[in-house]
Design a protein around this ligand. Structure first.
Ligand code: PSZ
Length: 491
């Protein structure tokens, strides 16, 4: 049975009857029982190291220096010896918690160690087992129907290269039978002018985050500080739904909100085409993350895909943050019951390697066009293979579902108890968020949680998000909810 089918089977397990396998209980045996804060946060050692680092670079984003020897499972230990329950996990990029025994063992194997040490330029000199690695590790978890995969270094670079594949696909369609580039195209691209560098666009959404490299940054729309002072492509932006909560009491209004946004997308695509500057691809996060954890309905995504199909525009789904299980499915867009796969799905973070899956028509006709030195890293695939094995063996997608239900229920209870402090609880699996009425209050809640030993993330103007590892259990949910209740009581 393929890994994908096994993962599907795991989702169907009745949630309350989950039996944790022996290996999971072994994994968690060495975990601390609870958070333990011994110093001010940040403590004196973090403050000293921050001074040192800041002398060499702008380091004001650094929150804590970690002790990665001592961090374990769901617990992050800082250099001052403070122990935090980690519900943020390195911006949502740690699938199995810290120092998972299966991952620590990966490079005991000499073949694996040599793959790590002798890092190849994968586009030119891959090792003999590279095709098998892609076929046996990545393709089994590919979204249904997606047969092509390219590995990359990070989320931004996965998106950048996905856009390039989309532009090449679009121009190939425009050229029709005439396959060769014209001399005019060849000379004009060397001075960044059309027709060689055509005026094609990627449409993205208000509040989206797709990375910070140049192409990716032009599609990022979450905060000015990411974009200021950097030249950008003149690419279009459409509104993404902003729902009213609770969802079941605002269904009608939220449906109209979907409609408003979709009409705008269709209108932009039409106008751009009429103006001779067509949209080649529409890019969307299944849940807008950095921008404030904004979700949209399955119907919104179904219609968006239809609009793309009807207008000959590629439908690109950015699963960099949502991919690899945190919503209770391997890929968040599986919740949307799309009638056919997206054209491209990008990934990174919990997948450990960056990359994108695509339909075969997005493979450029010539080599060297989507290319760079490393094009990924076999060492990361060795780790990913183990991550995926543990996800299946330990039934972690079902754990995410079970823990997620408990967390969401607890958060709903807290929003009812403290309606002046938190509201709009939302999300899927453990990929959850809630709002505070103001940015100031949101920051205060998040800081006070940290002082109580719980690391959480913030996003958008006033949201707090949860991004725990896939091994976050109901007992960890209880610790999180207790800390939040105390924090809200003390405000
Ligand atoms: O501030 C930052 O640079 C952050 S904070 C969180 C992210 C980046 N997330 C990265 C991300 C993402 O969430 C989505 C949906 N798409 C692309 C990216 C870019 O990935 P990296 O950071 O690996 O380049």
């Amino acid at each position: 049975m393929s890994m994908f089918r096994l993962a599907k089977a795991a989702e169907n397990v009745l949630l309350p009857s989950i039996k944790y396998s022996r290996s999971l209980s072994v994994t968690l045996q060495k975990e601390p029982e609870q958070p333990c804060i011994k110093t001010s946060v940040p403590g004196p050692k973090t403050q000293q190291l921050l001074k040192e680092l800041n002398a060499m670079q702008q380091a004001s984003s650094v929150q804590l220096f970690a002790d990665y020897d001592k961090s374990y499972g769901n617990y992050f230990v800082d250099v001052d010896g403070n122990v935090f329950l980690d519900a943020f996990t390195q911006i949502s990029s740690v699938p199995l918690g810290y120092n998972h025994p299966e991952l620590l063992k990966a490079f005991d194997d000499e073949h694996n160690l040599k793959a790590l040490v002798n890092r190849p330029a994968l586009g030119v000199f891959p090792g003999a087992d590279w095709p098998d690695k892609l076929r046996s590790i990545l393709l089994p978890v590919a979204p249904m129907g997606m047969t092509h995969v390219s590995t990359m270094m990070c989320g931004s670079c996965s998106n950048e290269n996905a856009y390039k594949a989309v532009f090449m696909w679009y121009r190939t369609k425009q050229r029709g039978e005439k396959l060769d580039f014209t001399p005019e195209e060849m000379s004009s691209c060397m001075v960044n002018k059309a027709p060689g560098s055509p005026d094609l666009a990627i449409l993205s959404f208000e509040g989206s985050f797709h990375g910070r490299t140049f192409g990716a940054l032009s599609t990022t729309r979450s905060k000015p500080i990411h974009k200021l002072d950097c030249p950008a492509f003149d690419w279009p932006v459409a509104p993404f739904p902003r729902y009213k909560y609770p969802l079941n009491e605002n269904a009608c209004e939220n449906h109209l909100e979907d409609k408003r946004c979709l009409e705008k997308v269709a209108d932009i695509i039409q106008r751009r085409r009429d103006g001779g500057r067509p949209v080649a691809g529409v890019l969307v996060e299944p849940i807008q993350s950095e921008g404030g954890d904004h979700e949209a309905s399955p119907e919104f995504f179904q219609c968006l895909q239809q609009i793309c199909k009807q207008s000959g525009v590629a439908f690109i789904v950015d699963e960099v943050q949502t991919g690899c299980g945190p919503t209770g499915k391997m890929w968040c867009h599986e919740h949307f019951q799309l009638t056919s796969p997206p054209d491209i799905v990008t990934f990174s973070k919990k997948m450990l390697t960056g990359g994108y899956f695509s339909l075969p028509e997005f493979r450029p006709a010539q080599g060297y066009r989507v290319f760079n030195t490393w094009m990924g890293d076999p060492g990361k695939l060795i780790l990913l293979e183990r991550v995926l094995k543990v996800i299946m063996q330990e039934n972690l997608l079902a754990t995410v579902g079970c823990t997620g239900l408990k967390l969401k229920e607890g958060l709903h209870q807290l929003e009812n108890e403290f309606p002046n402090h938190i509201n709009s609880v939302r999300g899927r699996g453990t990929f959850l968020a809630y709002n505070a009425p103001t940015t100031e209050l949101r920051d205060k809640i998040n800081n006070n949680l940290k002082k109580k030993g719980v690391l959480g993330g913030i996003c958008g103007e006033n949201a707090i998000r949860l991004r725990p590892a896939l091994i976050f259990q109901p007992k960890h949910a209880e610790i999180y909810l207790d800390a939040l209740r105390k924090t809200l009581k003390d405000l």
